[in-house]
Unconditional design. Sequence first.
Length: 191
Amino acid sequence: MNIKIAAAGFAVASLALVGCSSGESTSESTPSPAATSAEASPTAAAEAGTIVEVASGNPDFSTLVAAVSAAGLAETLSAEGPYTVFAPTNEAFEALPAGLLDELLKPENKEVLTQILTYHVVAGEVMSTDIEPGDVPTVEGEDLTVAVTDGTVTVNGATVEAADVEASNGVIHVIDEVLVPPNVDVAALTG
């Protein structure tokens, strides 16, 4: 309980980032089966496994899991935590500029990939009910901006498509875009 209280500040910031949208907002979202099953029972999070295990068990996160592995972050995101992860889907990765994902997955770009992935992670467990608009610090060091419009949460303009996918070491909120920290020049990788 103390961890959740201490993490509330992080959660608010994380959710605030989720609340920023690209101008489009919907008031309804269909939670993924993982979100539904994770909320179904109090022991579901423990049974589901760590954030990495939950993501690995969902085919919509195969690109994210490959990126986490390439960045060497699987062990970190399997640690005790708790963490809040704004997890981009495979579709979100496919929407990146042509060639960018391939460049990011190269060993020589591990540092940049790590910056991008840790920009999706907030220390502490922030559930959707704790999300408030505002800036939230990430593990990467830069803040995310969370906005809530007509019940839709956005993070730096990315829409939260499914919330509260519980894991034993935190929570995953599914987003529809890959977030890039302002201090990362992705154009340099593809140009």
